[in-house]
Design a protein around this ligand. Structure first.
Ligand SMILES: [Zn+2]
Length: 102
């Protein structure tokens, strides 16, 4: 195995065949550093998605679903069901078009 010299950019210590600085312990392998950075960003995004507030539309839907007036709740259910059916048909058409085009 060839010797691979990397100078630590934090303390300028010369290191051989290592991913971490022997003097200050910081990451000196650029590839590894980038991978860890990308992993950190990805985890941050996931955390943000888990803890995010519901959007304005979602809030309206939630309010309608638990509305005190039963007529509003039934209307919400009908609209929601129609929306699901339309979305399913649209997905089916998109699938068919995709199959024909392929
Ligand atoms: Zn160092």
């Amino acid at each position: 195995m060839s010797k691979h010299y990397i100078t630590c950019k934090h303390c300028q210590t010369e290191n051989v065949n290592t991913d971490y600085c022997s003097h200050c312990g910081k990451i000196i392998n650029i590839v590894l550093e980038r991978q860890l950075e990308q992993q950190r960003i990805k985890e941050e995004r996931i955390q943000k998605e888990i803890h995010r507030e519901p959007t304005a539309t979602e809030k309206v839907f939630l309010k309608l679903r638990h509305h005190s007036n039963p007529i509003v709740r039934i209307l919400y259910l009908i609209v929601h069901t129609v929306w699901l059916v339309v979305a399913t048909i649209a997905a089916g058409i998109a699938y068919l078009v995709g199959m024909i085009a392929a």
